[in-house]
Write a protein that binds this ligand. Sequence first.
Ligand SMILES: Cc1ncc(C[n+]2csc(CCOP(=O)(O)OP(=O)(O)O)c2C)c(N)n1
Length: 331
Amino acid sequence: MTGTLESPASQDLTPDQLLDAYRVMRTIRDFEERVHEEFAGGDIPGFVHLYAGEEASAAGVCAHLDDRDAIASTHRGHGHCIAKGVDITGMMAEIYGKITGSCRGKGGSMHIADLSKGMLGANGIVGGGPPLICGRALASKHKGDGGVAVAFFGDGASNQGTTLESLNLASIWNLPAIFVAENNGYAEATSSSWSVATDDIADRAAAFGMPGVIVDGFDFFAVHEAAGEAIARAREGGGPTLIEVKFTRYFGHFEGDQQLYRADEVANAREKLDCLKRFRATVTDGGQLDGAQLDQIDSEVAAAVEAAVVAAKAAPKPGAADLLTDVYVSY
Ligand SMILES: Cc1ncc(C[n+]2csc(CCOP(=O)(O)OP(=O)(O)O)c2C)c(N)n1
């Protein structure tokens, strides 16, 4: 049941949808590049794992989601948060550990959540997201609210028992759940060719009785089409799908990673495969948007990211009294 999607045409999207998609990808890219620079300055506490290069996945999937829907993310979660609509000012403050952050400075880069946006949380536990979305998808199924739940996870997480059990549960319970395996080729420094038993992660879908699709993760339109089909089917009661999105991450596993396990693949990806360059070329060559509209978004995003950094730096840190808040939740 595993299939591979070739790059589809961009003509199905309206100019507004294209502009929105570009804005999301540009925001993720600029946010990530800026966090990379800021981290080198030494003021950001904790670990940071950057998503740059993988933007088309978050943007292509989340373009189909609305307020009924929820996502669960990974330790590499900034892009998923942005694509689901989490405010970047709160995110940047969270990364700086400030009280104005999305989680009041207590989560940091790896644990940004915003339940009001259906962002159930980035997650330091590899393979932690798939079980969460089974619960959310089960709730949506029982309520009949038409909602779907999406788990993003890496190639390393695809080997976790939590992920495999979730695929099984989602299938036997026919849940409105989408599993997006973001295969950037490595789990920390271990190549997926060493650690994943099948040729492709999507091949595993057959074992759980669900469709498996492989998508070129540098191509927003390919991701968008695959996700659109899977999400529409899930909303109509057709059950889960496993989508494998393949691409390269532009930075190391974490900020500070010397990357001795890989050579020149990043330069090649940035120059020849990059999802933003490809998107831009597709929509301008196809006459759907002109370059000035995209340039305008570039300027607006640059200003928004700058403002987020200025606000984050100026904000206070949580105090000792804040340690005892948000510890328990009442239902
Ligand atoms: C349960 C668990 N095991 C191990 C780790 C340590 N760890 C953090 S990230 C990572 C690799 C994850 O690789 P992958 O799922 O491919 O995601 P990527 O970093 O490539 O986006 C590991 C093993 C962890 N955080 N949680």
